[in-house]
Structure formats: C-alpha cells, structure tokens
Design a protein around this ligand. Structure first.
Ligand code: KG4
Ligand code: ZN
Length: 345
C-alpha cells in the first residue's frame, strides 16, 4: 500500500464539503493535491451561548456555502464546470448542519451530472495526515481526539476498521473545553487552556485520571470537570496556568498510555492521530517520545487539517471514488452517529 500510485481518484477535480458542526469548509482537490481550502468558523457566533446552537449552526452554513464555493473556485482558478466529482460529510454530526451540506452537494452533483460520495467525518479525521504525506502503510492504529469523539481504531486497511477503545463519557476535546470554561477561558477553550498550560507547572494539586477496567482501551473524562469545579475555589493560591497544566496532564496522560498499550497489545507499530486535540503540542511530543522509545512511528496531520475541514473529507472521498465506493446519484442519508466500524467492513 505504501506509496500506491492508484490510491487517489484520477477522475479530475474533486469538490469537498464539510458542514457537520460549527465549521463550514470547502476544498478542491486534484488527487491528493489541494487546489483550494477554506474554513469558515462559526466560533464567534456560538461564543455568546458558550456552546454550539444547532439551529444557528445550520442557518450559518446555508448563508456561507455559496460565497465560500465561489471563493474556493477563484482560489483554484477553476469554474464550476471544471468540477468532476463531489465528496460530502454525511455523518456523524448535527443533523440540521449535515443536511445543509448534503443537500447542497446533491443539488450540485445532479445539476453538473457528476458522481457524489458520502464521507464519514471520523474517517476524515483518521486519514487527515494524508494531506501532509499522501501514502500510508497498514496496519495502523488511529487515535481520534476531537470535541465530540475519542476513539482508538485498529485499521487493517482503508475501510477495514475495528473500534478497540473510546471514551465512555466525555470526549477529550470536551474535557478540555469544559475545564477551560471553569477556568474562565473563552469558548471553545481547548487551545487557550493548552497555551496557558505551557506557562504553568503540573502537579501543584492532583486531579484524578480516571480508572477504566484493566485490559480495556477505554477512556473516561467526565469526573475531571467535577474535580476541576470542586478544586478551583479550594485553591486560590494556584495560578490559572498551573491549574491548566494539571488539567492538561490529566487528559493527556491516559491518552498517551492507553494508546501505546493498544499498539503493544495489537502489535501495530504505526499510529495516526487526528481531530482537533491532535493540534496539542504536549500530546504530540509525549506520544512521539513514548512511541519512539519502542521503535514505533507516529503520523500527525498538518495544523491546517486538525480541526474540522473539508480537505480530509476530500482525501477520503478521493480514495473511495478510486475504489468504486461512490454512491452515484443516490440519495445520501445523514446520521448523528458514525458507523465506520460496521458499514465499511
Ligand atoms: O475536530 P474538531 O474541530 O471538532 C470535532 O469534530 O469535535 O475538534 C475541536 C476540539 C475542541 O474541543 C477544541 O477545544 C479542541 O479540539 N482543540 C484543542 C486544541 N486545539 C483544538 N484541545 C487541546 N489543545 C489544543 N491545542
Ligand atoms: Zn471533527
């Protein structure tokens, strides 16, 4: 599989659309090459509510999609007639938000009489490292850490996935964001908390790292936010930076240890990390150190494709099209949950 020249679709320019949550994103790809990539974040819109409001998210996607498409075509120096296929996120995510992207994509595909392929958002995060290096070797283990998901996936091949672990409650990004809110950082907060953590020292107090059953590769982060809420008023002497550093340690330490344990248990020497939290520099350096000590290899996405983006959707869509997995002119269903481990096997 390594360096497979047939990995990506050779049918022309592929338009990719991502609207699963609070980012509207459009990319245009030719094979693995990104001709255009735009991400319009709704964070300022949702900031005043402290979380994503689904109705507002869907409406904002409707408003921005057409201008974003025009901008992307301009960036790629193409006309709409020079788009030969479409990839669109159809799951998991907010139903209203997903429906906007899927309806838009289906309308375009029908009008242009071109193939359309549905892409799972988690599968997009899993393969987002392909934007940096358009080749992979299998088997690999995927660690997906985002605002909505935390999954450990055994990947025997593209499309052959087994979920070997995941969070039993909050996602890793959610744990960052909820703790960030308690510490007074603006929504979503994960990035701000991690920036503060770099200026702080962990260990001034001990926040709990949740215990999950032995031999499981699961995570639990919901106890952390309760502990943070209880400990903040008790420790006025501890700076926000030191608190942030300890929160970060309590989230990252189980992610690193459980992931490395899974690699050892399944005898898989390659790790691919994806999702918004994969931007975290401490997670990157600790995973890399622990992996390298054991002769394992880790691949990370470029920082432009860690949070939600259409480039990763286009990359997966391109591989699916190359392998004849496109649902040409069929109605695409949207779903709030992922089913990659079942549906693609
Ligand atoms: O993948 P993503 O954009 O959205 C979902 O699919 O959920 O991930 C967003 C999450 C948010 O929780 C955000 O706070 C977190 O990724 N995040 C970070 C960092 N940058 C983004 N968390 C920790 N450290 C960061 N540097
Ligand atoms: Zn995501």
């Amino acid at each position: 599989m390594n360096g497979d020249p047939e990995l990506f679709w050779k049918g022309g320019n592929l338009l990719a659309i991502e609207t699963s949550c609070d980012e509207t994103s459009i990319a245009i790809l030719d094979g693995p090459k990104l001709l255009a990539h735009l991400i319009s974040s709704q964070i300022p819109l949702h900031q005043k509510w402290g979380g994503v409001v689904p109705e507002a998210a869907a409406r904002a996607h409707v408003e921005i999609l057409v201008p974003l498409l025009h901008e992307a075509l301009k960036q790629a120096n193409l006309t709409l007639g020079q788009i030969h296929g479409i990839a669109v996120t159809n799951q998991p995510g907010l139903i209203g938000a997903l429906s906007v992207g899927v309806t838009f994509a289906q309308g375009l595909a029908q009008a242009l009489d071109i193939p359309i392929v549905a892409v799972d958002h988690i599968e997009g995060h899993l393969w987002s490292f392909l934007a940096e290096q358009p080749r992979f070797s299998v088997p690999l283990i995927g660690l997906i850490v985002s605002g909505g998901h935390t999954e450990l996936i055994l990947v025997k091949d593209f499309g052959d996935y087994t979920i070997i672990g995941g969070t039993i409650d909050d996602a890793a990004g959610e744990a960052f964001d909820k703790s960030a809110r308690l510490l007074g950082f603006p929504y979503p907060g994960g990035k701000e908390l991690s920036t503060a953590a770099e200026a702080g020292v962990a260990g001034k107090l001990k926040l709990p790292v949740a215990k999950v059953p032995p031999n499981s590769f699961d995570f639990s982060f919901s106890g952390l936010k309760t502990a943070v809420a209880v400990q903040i008023p008790k420790h006025p002497e501890i700076s926000t930076e030191d608190f942030a550093a300890e929160v970060q340690r309590a989230i990252i330490s189980p992610l690193v240890h459980t992931t490395i344990a899974a690699m050892e248990r399944f005898q898989v020497s390659t790790l691919a990390v994806g999702g918004g939290v994969s931007a975290n520099q401490t997670l990157r350096s600790e995973l890399t150190d622990e992996a390298n000590k054991r002769g394992f290899q880790v691949v990370f996405p470029g920082l432009n494709v860690t949070t939600d983006n259409a480039a990763m959707i286009g990359l997966v869509g391109s591989i699916k099209l190359a392998r004849g997995l496109a649902q040409v002119k069929r109605d695409l269903e949207v779903s709030s949950s992922t089913s990659i481990a079942d549906s693609l096997k």
